[in-house]
Design a protein around this ligand. Structure first.
Ligand SMILES: O=C([C@H](O)CO)[C@H](O)[C@H](O)COP(=O)(O)O
Length: 210
């Protein structure tokens, strides 16, 4: 099980400053969708240049023109690129093919997918690397989480790794760990805390203990 730090609400320099403090506790750093919208793929490039040994995920949430968009993210230094599970199969295949060409990976974000079990099975067969259940900010605000969906994808997926994101905090991490995803994605549960180092260190410890 690995820990991914999602960085959403700062600029490129703010993101780099966060990783300077937290690098030793995380396995993957995510340049979040709001950062990409504000700063473009330059944020991904700057992160990879600052931390060449860290796995960098570009949270583009691609919906179309997938091969091209993945190619641009990879050229900017992304190791993993996200696409939406609701995208057409042709887009998913385009993303997978482009990523594989460069030895990179695709994470599918299942946000807003209604039939999680059926779509996860299809995506697994399309050869994606990760399938991620995700409660976005807008549904976190009404108290939802993704634990049930995580159990669902774990029961149908044969090859892809599983991931979970959305509102995970230190207090809810034990429940998430119990469900055994391959990747735990945490944003505000670290970046929004007073002592970000202590929280990240504690999360890393708990995740390593599995
Ligand atoms: O993907 C995300 C969201 O849609 C905003 O882009 C977040 O990175 C993801 O939800 C993790 O962040 P937290 O919910 O703050 O843990």
């Amino acid at each position: 099980m690995k820990l991914q730090l999602a960085i959403d609400l700062v600029d490129t320099q703010g993101a780099i400053n966060l990783v300077k403090e937290l690098e030793e506790y995380i396995d993957v750093v995510e340049i979040g969708t709001p950062v990409v919208i504000n700063e473009g793929l330059r944020a991904v490039k700057a992160m990879k240049e600052a931390f060449p040994n860290l796995t960098v995920l570009a949270d583009l949430k691609i919906m179309d023109a997938a091969g091209y968009e993945v190619s641009q993210a990879v050229a900017s230094g992304a190791d993993i690129v996200t696409i939406l599970g609701a995208a057409e199969d042709a887009s998913i295949l385009g993303a997978v093919e482009e990523a594989k060409k460069h030895g990179k990976q695709i994470l599918v974000d299942m946000i807003a997918v209604k039939d999680i079990a059926t779509r996860a099975k299809e995506l697994d067969e399309l050869g994606v690397d990760y399938i991620c259940v995700h409660t976005g900010y807008d549904l976190q605000a009404v108290g939802q989480n993704s634990l049930e969906d995580l159990a669902t994808i774990k029961s149908v997926v044969k090859n892809a790794k599983t991931a979970v994101a959305g509102g995970i905090k230190l207090e809810t991490l034990p429940e998430v760990i119990k469900a055994q995803p391959d990747l735990v994605i945490v944003g505000g549960g670290i970046t929004g805390q007073e002592d970000i180092k202590a929280v990240a260190a504690q999360m890393q410890k708990m995740i390593k203990q599995g």
